[in-house]
Design a protein around this ligand. Structure first.
Ligand SMILES: Nc1nc2c(ncn2[C@@H]2O[C@H](COP(=O)(O)OP(=O)(O)O)[C@@H](O)[C@H]2O)c(=O)[nH]1
Ligand SMILES: [Mg+2]
Length: 293
């Protein structure tokens, strides 16, 4: 619902970068709330998510995206298409690079696309927490060589160091105009999707190797006190891992997810999780459509 007054700045900033550099963590830090799930597994973010940072005279909408990559299957192919399409309508780009790794070919691959858009680019050199000043300085130099940027900020999305300064610069780039979202709203994801994402995050954090990539969560019931969801995986052996010994793994996922689900729903809930096999869902157009891809 567009509303807002004179002198209010509002606009969209797309968040670009390789998988796992901390894009979603940084979006959460900028918004001051968890709008996107994060994990150390690459490709945690599968779809476009709007994260909204509201200030007294601005509304900064961050477009959190899957990382730039060469597609491996229909799922990652659709993810990359989402990324490409999302850059069309934005006012600026926040290009995130990882200070803890060599800035190299992967970052330059993203840089070519990002700087070709002709929009202002702000580079965030993320994960500078616990790095020595000399190391940060040399990484700043490497990041600066990526392209003709508007601003370059060393930040830590984890400790929030440098995040306020980064937000100020992004707001500066926004045009004046009415707000896109209601002031109380921090994301465009419907409640069911947010709940499903929290459950998926816990499943990703507790499993290894190919299992996280095969996880799909669907909320089947969202009532006053009861939330039911199905965790889909692609094979019986993945199901065995997610169920765990006598159900211990799925119980642990539920235990970790419940407090966040309750915060989202606004009251205590009974969280009922079921694990099912759905072979090759990553190649199933209907499953991808449900993911918003
Ligand atoms: N040390 C450190 N880790 C971070 C920081 N930002 C993100 N991470 C971690 O990096 C991993 C990937 O983060 P995520 O936001 O999911 O990356 P994305 O794939 O780019 O969205 C997670 O394990 C985060 O906790 C940071 O500023 N410092
Ligand atoms: Mg992400």
């Amino acid at each position: 619902m567009p509303h807002g007054g004179r002198g209010v700045k509002s606009g969209l900033v797309a968040v670009a970068g390789r998988p796992n550099v901390g894009k979603s963590t940084l979006v959460n830090a900028l918004c001051g709330e968890k709008v996107a799930i994060t994990s150390r597994v690459p490709n945690t973010t599968r779809r476009r998510i709007f994260g909204v940072a509201n200030g007294p005279d601005y509304q900064l909408v961050l477009v959190d995206l899957p990382g730039f990559q060469r597609p491996m299957d229909p799922l990652t192919e659709r993810m990359q298409e989402t990324v490409d399409a999302s850059f069309e309508d934005v006012d600026a780009v926040l290009f995130v690079v990882n200070a803890r790794e060599r800035i190299g070919a992967g970052d330059r691959f993203v840089a070519r696309r990002v700087f070709a858009l002709g929009k202002p680019v702000v580079i965030a050199l993320n994960k500078v927490d616990r790095l020595k000043p000399g190391h940060i300085a040399s990484q700043m130099k490497a990041a600066a060589a990526l392209g003709d940027f508007y601003a370059l900020h060393p930040v830590s999305a984890l400790t929030k160091e440098g995040v306020d300064e980064l937000r100020d610069d992004l707001v500066h780039l926004l045009p004046e105009g009415p707000a896109y979202f209601d002031r109380g709203q921090t994301t465009d994801l419907p409640l069911e999707e947010r709940v499903a994402e929290v459950i998926r995050e816990k499943a990703l954090q507790l499993t290894r190797e190919e299992v996280p990539h095969a996880v799909l969560v669907e909320v089947t019931e969202l009532e006053e006190r009861v939330v039911r969801a199905t965790i889909y995986v692609e094979t019986e052996s993945q199901k065995g891992i997610l169920v765990g010994k006598r159900g211990s793994m799925v119980r642990e996922i539920g235990t970790r997810a419940r407090p966040e689900v309750e915060a989202l729903v606004g009251q205590p809930v009974f969280l009922d999780l079921t694990v099912k096999v759905r072979p090759k869902w990553r190649r199933d157009p209907r499953a991808l459509e449900r993911l918003g891809l």
